[in-house]
Design a binder for this molecule. Structure first.
Ligand SMILES: Cc1cc2nc3c(=O)[nH]c(=O)nc-3n(C[C@H](O)[C@H](O)[C@H](O)COP(=O)(O)OP(=O)(O)OC[C@H]3O[C@@H](n4cnc5c(N)ncnc54)[C@H](O)[C@@H]3O)c2cc1C
Length: 351
C-alpha cells in the first residue's frame, strides 16, 4: 500500500501518474484540509476576484479518487509517519504561511473565500509583502475596488528574483492602477483589512520527528527518496537533488509540485524516471503574467531583450558566459522551449 501524507497538488498528480503508468497498489491520501486536492494559484487570482468557483480549483472531482482506487481521507491530520502504516510512505505536506498577529494569511481555499468576503466589506487594505502572494493579492483586491497600500520591506517587489527590469515595470503598473506602493518600508498604515504575504514554512515536522534529514526541507535524491528506503518527499516540502545545477534545491511553486508528483507516480509504478527538467514558475498581476525558468544563483551577468513594460521581454542570467536562468513575459511556446533548451545546455556547461 502507498500512503500519502498531505492532499495537495503533488499528491493528486502522483496518484494520477501512478494509475496512468499501470500502478495497481492501494493508495490512501490523508489531508488535513476538508477539501479534495486543489490548485492554489486561483486562490489569489480568479477565485479571489470572484471569476471562478471553488470547485473549478479542484485537481480532480472528489469522486475521481474512489473511481481510481484511492481512499481520500479529508480533514485528517497525521501526527507520525507510522500512522500511515504503509509499505511506501510519501510526505507531501506542503507548507504553511508565516503569520502576523492581526493579519489574514492566504494558503487555503477557505482562506481565499474568507478574504473575498472581507474584501467585500472593506474600503482600504494593507498588503504586507512583495512576493507572489503579496503582489497577486494587491492586484486582485485593487480589481475588486479596494484601495490598497502594499508595504514591501525590500527596495523592490520580487527582490529575490534579482530582476530589476521586471520589478520596475511592475511598480509602474501597480502605481498606474492606483496602488500605493511603499518600498523599503515596514510601517503599516491602518486599514479595514490587513493581509500578510510574508512567505511560508515547509511542514517538515513529521520527517524531523522520524529522524529523517531536514535542511531547508526534507532531503531527498533525484528520485525523491529519503535516506530511508520506502519513504519519499515531494512538492514544497522537499529539498530535492537537481542534476542540472548539481545541487539540492527547494521550490515552493505549482509546476514543481506537479512535476514532482507526476515523476514520483511513474517511479512508484516501476518506470525509470528522475528529476530531469528546467524548473519554472509563474505569477500574474493585472492580467499580465511572467515566468521564471531555472535558478539564477551564482550568475555574474544579465542581458535584457525587449521591455517588461511592453508585451515581450526576456532577462537572461549567465555564469561564465553560460545562460543558467531567465525571467520572461510574452513568449510563445516555441520561444519558451528554445529558452529552456538554452538554459539546460548553459547550466550543464558551467564549471
Ligand atoms: C495563494 C497562493 C497562490 C499561488 N500561486 C502560485 C502561482 O501563481 N504560481 C506558482 O508557481 N505557485 C503558486 N503557488 C504555490 C503553489 O500553489 C504550491 O507550490 C503548491 O500548492 C505546493 O503543492 P504541495 O502539494 O507540495 O503542497 P500543498 O499544496 O501545501 O498541500 C499540502 C497539503 O498537505 C496537508 N497536510 C499538511 N500536513 C499534514 C499532515 N500532517 N497530515 C495530513 N495532511 C497534512 C495540507 O493541509 C495541504 O492540504 C501559490 C500558493 C498560494 C498559497
Amino acid at each position: 500500500m502507498i500512503g500519502i501524507i498531505g492532499g495537495g497538488l503533488a499528491a493528486a498528480k502522483l496518484v494520477e501518474a501512478y494509475r496512468e503508468s499501470g500502478g495497481e497498489d492501494e493508495i490512501t491520501i490523508w489531508s488535513q484540509d476538508p477539501h479534495g486536492p486543489y490548485h492554489r494559484p486561483p486562490l489569489s487570482k480568479r477565485l479571489l476576484r470572484g471569476e471562478s468557483r471553488p470547485e473549478d480549483a479542484l485537481v480532480h472531482p472528489v469522486d475521481w479518487y474512489a473511481e481510481n482506487g484511492v481512499q481520500l481521507r479529508l480533514g485528517e491530520k497525521l501526527s507520525s509517519l507510522d500512522d500511515a502504516q504503509a509499505g511506501t510512505v510519501v510526505i507531501a505536506t506542503g507548507s504553511r504561511p508565516r503569520t502576523l498577529d492581526g493579519t489574514l494569511a492566504l494558503r487555503t481555499l477557505d482562506d481565499s473565500l474568507e478574504l473575498r468576503r472581507r474584501a467585500g466589506e472593506a474600503t482600504t487594505a494593507t498588503v504586507i509583502g512583495g512576493g507572489f502572494v503579496g503582489c497577486e493579492v494587491t492586484a486582485s483586491l485593487t480589481h475588486l475596488g479596494v484601495q490598497v497600500t502594499q508595504v514591501v520591506r525590500d527596495p523592490m517587489v520580487f527582490a529575490p528574483l534579482q530582476a530589476p527590469p521586471l520589478s520596475e515595470a511592475l511598480h509602474d503598473t501597480f502605481r498606474a492602477r492606483g496602488v500605493e506602493l511603499r518600498l523599503a518600508a515596514t510601517e503599516l498604515p491602518p486599514a479595514d483589512l490587513v493581509v500578510a504575504g510574508i512567505g511560508v514554512e515547509p511542514n517538515v515536522e513529521l520527517a524531523r520527528d522520524a529522524g529523517l534529514e531536514v535542511r531547508s526541507g526534507i532531503v531527498v535524491d533525484e528520485r525523491f527518496q529519503t535516506a530511508r528506503a520506502g519513504i519519499y518527499a515531494i512538492g514544497d516540502v522537499a529539498e530535492f537533488y537537481d542534476p542540472l545545477y548539481r545541487r539540492h534545491r527547494r521550490i515552493e511553486h505549482w509546476s514543481n509540485a506537479a512535476y514532482h508528483g507526476t515523476t514520483l507516480g511513474r517511479i512508484l509504478a516501476g518506470e525509470d524516471a528522475r528529476y530531469d527538467t528546467v524548473s519554472s514558475f509563474f505569477s500574474e498581476e493585472f492580467g499580465k503574467s511572467f515566468k521564471v525558468f531555472g535558478d539564477a544563483s551564482g550568475h555574474d551577468s544579465t542581458s535584457l531583450e525587449g521591455d517588461f513594460h511592453g508585451d515581450s521581454a526576456v532577462l537572461r542570467f549567465a555564469a561564465n558566459g553560460h545562460v543558467i536562468a531567465a525571467v520572461l513575459t510574452g513568449q510563445d511556446e516555441a520561444g519558451e522551449e528554445a529558452l529552456q533548451a538554452e538554459i539546460r545546455a548553459g547550466a550543464a556547461a558551467v564549471e
